[in-house]
Design a protein around this ligand. Structure first.
Ligand code: SF4
Length: 289
């Protein structure tokens, strides 16, 4: 997803996906990136004067992405409401470009404030769904809402008049990357009202590999040698396999009439006076983000 600035209200994430790359952020704190990442969650109280001060540095055309590392609607959000408090601050802003990425239907709790945000700011909701296979999703993302609940979240976000899309991230070789799987997911996304679809490839930093490889060994032992070969000496998938997955994502987007990234638009109360640093002009065709 494109962005210039990020906000991650939480460090650590209870959802506990086996491919999660954000585990390394616990290593900075000299904490366990495996169980510690899922059990010791840190919240950042950033709404208020601090956020207003930070926003002074952000030009209007720059995208602020909430949830680039950890999920802003993970279970802790039910109790602490940090993401909601940030959105309430953005509801008072005008001319911002904001996105949220989540795999939780808890986002629906905030539809009211999201609608307020989206009246004067360009907003996109990116709902992550790696697979429609509920059993596989349960293994990959143990404490995430079921894929059907996430699709229902897309449907209700779109029904509320907000721009919604589905990210199949991370697309995992031999697990979720067949054309049939991606096609079925894109078709379900369209039925739910999504307007864009993305599929970033799996990458395995050492902290993610430490969880993912034992997961394969337990549940998909036949795949382990192929994964060892694909990720030998590197975290990012490259070459033929990576290109094939990218081509499949591009084909399913084209087949289902989905944009391959969030598409810009001009909100109802977008400020009419351009500011310095703005990346496009009011009245010009909506930019692709
Ligand atoms: S929901 Fe996101 S942040 Fe949380 S464990 Fe899964 S991949 Fe990591």
């Amino acid at each position: 997803m494109p962005f210039a600035w990020t906000i991650n209200p939480y460090r650590g994430c209870e959802i506990g996906c086996v491919y999660c790359f954000a585990r390394y952020t616990h290593e900075f704190l000299e904490l366990d990136p495996v169980r510690g990442f899922e059990e010791r969650i840190y919240g950042k109280q950033i709404a208020g004067a601090g956020l207003r001060e930070e926003l002074r540095k952000v030009a209007r055309g720059e995208v602020i992405a909430i949830g680039t590392a950890t999920d802003p609607y993970q279970p802790a959000e039910r109790r602490f409401g940090l993401t909601r408090s940030i959105l309430e601050a953005f509801a008072k802003e005008r001319g911002r470009r904001l996105s949220i990425t989540t795999k939780s239907d808890l986002i629906l709790r905030d539809i009211d404030v999201l609608r307020e945000v989206a009246r004067a700011n360009m907003f996109h909701a990116n709902v992550t769904i790696t697979t429609l296979d509920e059993a596989l999703a349960r293994r990959l993302e143990p404490r995430a809402p079921r894929p059907a609940l996430r699709l229902e979240a897309v449907r209700r976000i779109a029904e509320a008049g907000l721009a919604a899309g589905v990210f199949a991230n991370p697309v995992m070789p031999l697990l979720t990357d067949s054309e049939d799987q991606l096609d079925a997911l894109a078709a379900a996304a369209v039925r739910a009202g999504a307007s864009f679809f993305g599929g970033g490839l799996l990458f395995l930093k050492p902290c993610a590999r430490a969880v993912f490889f034992p997961f394969l060994e337990t549940h998909f032992p036949d795949l382990l040698p192929q994964y060892r070969a694909l990720f030998r000496d590197r975290a990012f998938l490259r070459g033929e396999h990576a290109q094939r997955a990218k081509d499949r994502v591009a084909r399913v987007c084209a087949r289902h009439g989905l944009a391959d990234a969030p598409v810009g638009y001009i909100p109802e109360l977008w400020p009419s006076e351009p500011r310095q640093g703005e990346l496009f002009e009011i009245g010009a065709p909506p930019p692709r983000l």
